[in-house]
Design a protein around this ligand. Structure first.
Ligand code: ZN
Length: 52
């Protein structure tokens, strides 16, 4: 049986989830230590927010 935790989902969804741009709707995964509110949308430059 599966041992330990984590390994949920399979692709794209890391342990920290995704960020979404409130302006244009662009989403992107972010790693640990990179809060969405410190990232800017690569498309429009708006500060990202957490998608979930
Ligand atoms: Zn954007």
């Amino acid at each position: 049986m599966p041992n330990g935790k984590g390994r949920m989902g399979g692709y794209g969804l890391g342990p920290s989830g995704e960020c979404v741009c409130p302006n244009c709707g662009h989403t992107m995964p972010h790693g640990r230590g990179s809060p969405c509110n410190q990232l800017k949308c690569p498309k429009c430059g708006t500060m990202m927010t957490r998608a979930r």
